[in-house]
Ligand binder design. Sequence first.
Ligand code: GLN
Length: 201
Amino acid sequence: MTCAVVAVQGAFIEQEERLAALGEEAFEVRQPVDLKRHFDRLVLPGGESTTQSKLLKETGLFDPLRAVILDGAPVLGVCAGLILLAQAVDGRGDLRRPTIAEPDRDSNPEQMGTLPVSVVRNGYGRQLGSFKTFAPFDGRGAIPMTFIRAPRIAQLCSEEIRILAEVGGMPVAVRYQSQLGVAFHPELDDDSFVLEYFLSM
Ligand code: GLN
């Protein structure tokens, strides 16, 4: 199977390496013509979401990528990638427990808005917001999770959202239809369970 990895900014090389190690073919998407190649799924890597959004707009990738996602191609959004998928960003969501509500800010043109969650950028604190922990993922025993200035998923905006992992009572991995969003960086730890889960979608 083949995975398209969006490669405008951020940790795309790490994703490609991990996918290759699992036997998945991966290629980089930098311009719209790259989307003409056949692929079975898509990765939006971690990095800096505002920069990524700007570059995706400048390269003309933003709308075609959004269309591919809405069309149902399995997509993994990691950290900044999760922010790009989210319906709302930096609203008032409760950072101690997720609220179940309509997004409290209108869908933002900076985001693809395909994943019905509201996230708060750098929701664990900007300076000390990087840490590693272990937590169960989709019923499997604890796996390592590395957070780097991660967003908090503060609102779940659809009953169809499945929480796959939680840390401190807050969701850190969610699935909605063919979209998987994780606040941590699965490519940075030895455990490949999250990527395997994605490849099985
Ligand atoms: N804090 C970054 C942002 O807001 C995301 C960090 C990451 O992808 N590790 O875009």
